[in-house]
Design a protein around this ligand. Structure first.
Ligand code: ADP
Ligand code: ZN
Ligand code: ZN
Length: 821
């Protein structure tokens, strides 16, 4: 008897055994997908990870339905890596598989399928079965996989669906189709008919009596001559041609109609970035060159290297040079970003350099696009030699990975929070690189403590750049003492006189301003002056945030909202006030303080919807706004060339966050936001408003002293038993019944602290102890650095198994977060 061992895309820790025939056995390879029945009537796309002849002891192995692939679509390295993730992050292998594969490759019986709109379908090219499905979709807007089984009267229908998806006729309905199109730039070139030998003569003939037009054409030739680069002709924009010939768009239009010119369009992000000259001949500065050489030499000895370069030191250009060397040897490169919203900027920069060798992979792309990139990488295609993506790009089927870049490695978005697998993409990248024998470059101006510790201890290489590109000075950081300002009545709303003067000065010079406030909405608390009542969310243990524009109170944890009360719900008084402030309030105040400036806001509320973020960034870059107010989204490696002033409205709420990383994070956030100032040419200014100007962290930011922050925090981490000295596993327990949860959490805590020979803390009520009507308790396990972590995890798993075996605790949800961030 022959069997395959498969992973199912379900939250199940086990693998499952299915029967296959001998022929199938000989055909199937590890990494192929098979459709298998599971449960009563469901069918799933499973992944074969082994072939064997061992009959399962505990159940009767069912037969597979169908083999779905002709060749493996998942590599052995991936399977090994996914198993590592499941074991290290203590989650089900099914969770990893589900997260790793684009959903188009994971068809299951519940999947809803629809016809793609606005595509022409040549029915004659469809097979009989494909046609039946297609026809059914003319009657009905969508079908479930199960419906299709009924239509075709068979179970093995995944191949048919897959073909129809490949033929661009079907889509999986979960995807929303809204594409952000970066701006198109209009270009002209000489019409093809004049490209011939005697074209010029004909052209002059055609223009004999048209002076204005002839002049433009001559200017066009001049531009062509002056814009020649090593790699040939640079395209000529309509805009440039109009400027050069001092002509108008109408005349150019006439030339296009006359078929002397032809117009064409190129997406802005495919051509160039920030209007700088073509960077095909990118030259590294001496500091960059030194760093580049040091990285290369570090790679001869170590697998991982940290590039610690101050903001605007030109790390991206160093990455580009490094990528070049790997491409030259035919290797694949993966470039991880903390945030998909940043890809547009980066893709532009990389495509300017590498043309169409750059592929992008992220969750906002359509299923079809993701499958396309998957296949390109699997086939080692030229088109995906460089892949840019957020953390999930780590799961792609690389064949020949040479280099992994993790940019802004300190960003916490590299850690997945929900759902499982709760993996850290930086750490998982290092493990992946090891199996490919490839190198990892971690880049940051403000490295995480863990990474810097590894670099200091010699585990990673360390390369530092302390100067900005072009020897632009680091921004000048000045502090404003809010207590003093309020006392002396020098505040207008939340703006100190100094901040107002500085903004006025920057605007007068035509420069742009960024204001940072790490809280959205108008104000986080609404309070009754008479009785002190604060409206809270009904389902969560948090106060509701006031959103003035929508005249609503909203919960930032569950999305609950109600319209703003006109009187106190407790004592009926109408004297309500607000406390604290968010981005919305800052924006409002700006409108009063600077009525002539154009302001914009970037936070979760304004960037909702696909590409909301990109639209705001584009518009700010194009100088359609003078002042941009935003939350931590602003701190993420954006490159603006006209920002001369950054204001941090209030440094204190970051500092006093109840989290062992609060000071490290505050330092990173402030340094990164500050780094947006003065990125080209002139020194930038940064103003930090705070009640604690003497706080160590704020002093470290002001002095740009990363090392001081590092040493101080490291000392605390050692004393209080936190990373990098201890590994943290956070166990979160949730249940709707307060008492049951309390009891269960106490049980678990006691068993853990008795059986684990290490610090176990809890069970604590977190700062927000109820979300969506579920109460929450947290237990923290601290594993000392030198302890064998595998054994500890086994013990923890055993304890959890016995916890679940207690009938009254079974309904309590337990979430494990290893290396909790
Ligand atoms: P970082 O990522 O270190 O903050 P960037 O890579 O964004 O810095 O570079 C900062 C700015 O300097 C960018 O606008 C970039 O185009 C420019 N720059 C950096 N290096 C070079 C170079 N070698 N040639 C031309 N421009 C460069
Ligand atoms: Zn009241
Ligand atoms: Zn809520």
């Amino acid at each position: 008897m022959y069997f395959v061992e498969v992973i199912l895309p379900l939250s199940l820790a086990k693998t499952f055994t299915y029967r296959v025939s001998q022929t199938e056995y000989e055909y199937i390879k590890k990494g192929m997908r098979v459709a298998v029945p599971f449960g009563k009537s469901k069918i799933y796309t499973a992944l074969v990870i082994d072939l064997h002849q061992n009959q399962p002891q505990l159940y009767e192995a069912k037969e597979i339905h169908q083999i779905l692939d002709e060749n493996p679509i998942v590599t052995q390295i991936q399977i090994t890596h996914w198993l590592w993730i499941a074991s290290y992050y203590m989650c089900a292998i099914g969770d990893v598989y589900r997260c790793a594969l684009p959903s188009a490759l994971l068809l299951e019986s519940e999947t809803v399928i629809a016809q793609k709109t606005a595509v022409y379908v040549d029915e004659s090219l469809l097979s009989d079965e494909e046609y039946l499905v297609y026809q059914a979709l003319q009657q009905q807007s969508s079908l479930k996989v199960q419906d299709i089984m009924a239509i075709l009267n068979k179970k093995n229908i995944f191949p048919v669906i897959q073909k129809l998806i490949d033929k661009n006729i079907l889509v999986l309905q979960e995807e929303m189709i809204e594409n952000y199109k970066p701006k198109l730039v209009r270009y002209v070139r000489l019409h093809a008919k004049y490209e011939t030998h005697d074209g010029l003569g004909q052209l002059l003939e055609a223009l004999k009596n048209a002076h204005k037009q002839k002049e433009i054409v001559l200017h066009y030739f001049q531009l062509c001559a002056s814009e020649k680069t090593q790699n040939g002709q640079k395209p000529i924009t309509v805009k440039k041609l109009i400027e050069a010939s001092k002509s108008t768009a109408t005349v150019i239009k006439a030339l296009i109609e006359k078929e002397i010119f032809e117009e064409y369009f190129i997406q802005e992000d495919r051509i160039n970035f920030a209007g700088k000259s073509a960077d095909t001949d990118l030259q590294l500065s001496p500091a960059q060159q030194t760093a580049f050489t040091e990285i290369a030499s570090s790679f001869t000895q170590k697998e991982v290297c940290l590039l610690h370069g101050v903001t605007s030191s030109g790390k991206t250009e160093i990455y580009i040079k490094l990528i070049e060397t790997y491409l030259a040897t035919g290797k694949q490169v993966l470039y991880l970003l903390p945030e998909i919203a940043l890809t547009t900027q980066l893709v532009g920069r990389l495509r300017a350099h590498f043309g169409n060798k750059v592929a992008v992979f992220h969750s906002k792309y359509s299923n079809n696009e993701r499958v396309e990139v998957w296949n390109q990488i699997l086939n080692n295609s030229q088109k995906a030699q460089i892949t840019i993506g957020a953390r999930s790009a780590l799961f792609l089927p690389f064949q020949n990975l040479g280099l992994l870049i993790v940019d802004e490695e300190h960003e916490q978005t590299f850690k997945q929070v929900d759902p499982a697998p709760r993996y850290h993409a930086r750490d998982a990248a290092i493990v992946l690189a090891h199996s490919h024998g490839s190198k990892v470059l971690l880049g940051s101006a403000t490295p995480s403590l863990e990474t810097y510790f590894n670099a200091q201890s010699g585990k990673y290489g360390l390369v530092e750049i302390t100067t900005r590109y072009g020897n632009v000075q680091m921004p000048k950081i000045e502090l404003v003492d809010l207590k003093d300002k309020y006392f002396r009545k020098k505040m207008s709303g939340h703006f100190s006189d100094f901040l107002i003067e500085s903004i006025t000065a920057a605007l007068a010079l035509g420069e742009q301003v960024i204001l940072f406030q790490n809280r959205r909405g108008y104000s986080p608390i609404m309070e009754c002056i008479t009785c002190g009542h604060v409206p809270h969310c009904l389902q969560c243990d948090v106060s509701l945030t006031y959103h003035k524009h929508k005249n609503q109170l909203r919960c930032h944890y569950c999305g609950y909202s109600m319209s703003k009360p006109s009187h106190c719900h407790s004592c009926s008084s109408v004297d309500l006030t607000t406390k604290g402030f968010g981005t919305e309030q800052i924006e409002q105040e700006l409108i009063t303080l600077f009525p002539n400036a154009k302001t914009g806001r970037m936070d979760q509320d304004t960037t909702r919807g696909k590409y909301g973020f990109e639209k705001i960034i584009d518009s700010f870059k194009n100088r359609e706004m003078d002042i941009l107010v935003g939350t931590q989204m602003l701190a993420k490696g954006l490159d603006f060339d006209n920002v001369s002033l950054v204001g941090i409205m209030n440094a204190d709420n970051m500092l006093y966050h109840p989290d062992f990383r609060a000071f490290e994070r505050s330092f990173q956030m402030m340094t990164q936001v500050a780094g947006r100032a003065g990125r080209s040419g002139k020194q930038g200014n940064v103003i930090i408003q705070t009640y604690n100007p003497n706080h160590n962290t704020i002093q470290q930011v002001t002095a740009a002293n990363y090392l001081a922050m590092y040493k101080e925090q490291l000392y605390d981490r050692q004393i209080y038993k936190y990373p990098p000295y201890f590994k943290i596993i956070k166990v979160t327990l949730k249940h709707r019944d307060f008492d049951k949860l309390k009891e269960g959490a106490m049980w678990l805590y006691q068993v853990m602290s008795q059986n684990l020979n290490m610090p176990v803390l809890g069970p604590e009520e977190p700062a927000i102890s109820r979300i969506r009507n579920e109460y929450i308790r947290v237990i923290i396990i601290k594993i000392p650095q030198n302890t064998a972590i595998g054994g500890t995890k086994k013990t923890i798993q055993k304890i959890l198994n016995s916890f679940e075996a207690v009938a009254t605790y079974r309904a309590i949800k337990v979430v494990l977060n290893v290396d909790f961030y």
